[in-house]
Design a protein around this ligand. Structure first.
Ligand SMILES: Nc1ncnc2c1ncn2[C@@H]1O[C@H](COP(=O)(O)OP(=O)(O)OP(=O)(O)O)[C@@H](O)[C@H]1O
Ligand SMILES: O=C(O)c1cc(-c2cccc(F)c2)nc2ccccc12
Ligand SMILES: [Mg+2]
Length: 272
């Protein structure tokens, strides 16, 4: 979409640095572009694995969606290339890795940090929803941390265009699923607003609200919105969590109003 010709990249254009992590299909390295000195993250995926797990179509959709996003809180996909055996994604480098690691380290975030993260998430999700994209996999593992507490939503592998009734054979956690997906109903971008409520609860309490050792108990708690907010949670925060975790998708708090909510306003830190 840019007028300047996009450079054709290959592996030899990069100096390979530290391994940043390993996902289901991808290994991710910190790399430097030899010509420009630009530091980025290179995600290498085995073609045969993408084919074996029949995720090639989903993967191409992830690449298509993410390469067209331009928002400070959405991890940039600068480009991609492939060789005989692998496909490589050239991604923005998030210096502090997964927000999940920080949450596990700190157990819970204080109201100032949590509200700053939630405000950035609302801004990113609002941007995606205006482009009729739902992320559908919002959870701490898929949020990366850049410099200066700037968060970057990554992993657009489950994103789709609204509305969708795509059956999701979700592997991994059910904790972030909204009632309409638990009941396999048609769902829309409001699933991300629900997930934002789950995320906010987990930031402040240290565990997701409907977590249970048995999956079908979690299902039941979600379908009933069986929500208990501990009383150590600030009352303004509890108010916003309740407004996000509404059973009816249409009643969920609008993302573009989040920055005006008392809990966000009173925890905003201004530099004079
Ligand atoms: N752009 C990045 N900057 C810094 N670290 C990254 C970046 N991308 C990935 N990582 C690290 O590499 C790990 C694996 O990457 P990623 O999550 O994208 O793999 P994945 O295929 O999505 O795996 P999964 O689907 O299981 O999450 C991440 O959990 C993170 O720790
Ligand atoms: O051999 C190929 O043409 C091939 C290309 C790509 C690919 C190339 C650019 C972007 C992208 F998202 C995917 N993915 C694959 C996945 C599995 C097997 C083969 C391929
Ligand atoms: Mg991931």
């Amino acid at each position: 979409n840019s007028t300047i010709p996009l450079r054709k990249y290959s592996l030899s254009d990069f100096e390979i640095g530290r391994k940043l992590g390993k996902g289901k299909f991808g290994k991710v390295y910190c790399v430097r572009d030899k010509k420009t000195g630009f530091i980025c993250a290179l995600k290498a995926m085995e073609k045969k694995e993408l084919t074996e797990f029949k995720v090639e179509k989903q993967f191409r959709r992830e690449v298509e969606i993410q390469s067209n996003l331009r928002h400070p809180n959405c991890l940039r996909l600068y480009g991609y290339f492939h060789d005989q055996t692998r496909v490589y994604l050239i991604l923005e480098y998030a210096i502090h890795g997964e927000l999940y690691r920080f949450l596990k380290q700190k157990r819970i975030f204080n109201d100032v940090a949590a509200s700053h993260y939630i405000s950035q998430m609302a801004s990113a999700l609002n941007y995606l929803h205006k482009k009729h994209i739902i992320h559908r996999d919002i959870k701490p593992e898929n949020i990366l941390l850049g410099f200066n507490n700037i968060i970057k939503i990554s992993d657009f592998g489950w994103s789709v265009h609204t509305p969708s009734n795509k059956r999701t054979t979700m592997c991994g956690t059910l904790d972030y699923l909204p009632p309409e997906m638990v009941e396999a109903k048609v769902h829309n971008e409001k699933v991300d607003v629900w997930a934002l409520g789950v995320l906010m609860y987990e930031f402040l309490v240290g565990a997701p609200p409907f977590e249970d050792q048995y999956k079908n108990t979690t299902y039941k708690k979600i379908a009933k919105v069986d929500l208990n907010i501990p009383n150590f949670v600030n009352k303004d925060a509890a108010d916003l969590i309740r407004k996000l975790l509404q059973y009816n998708p249409e009643n969920r708090y609008p993302l573009d109003k989040i920055d005006d909510h008392p809990w966000i306003l009173k925890n905003k830190v201004y530099w004079n």
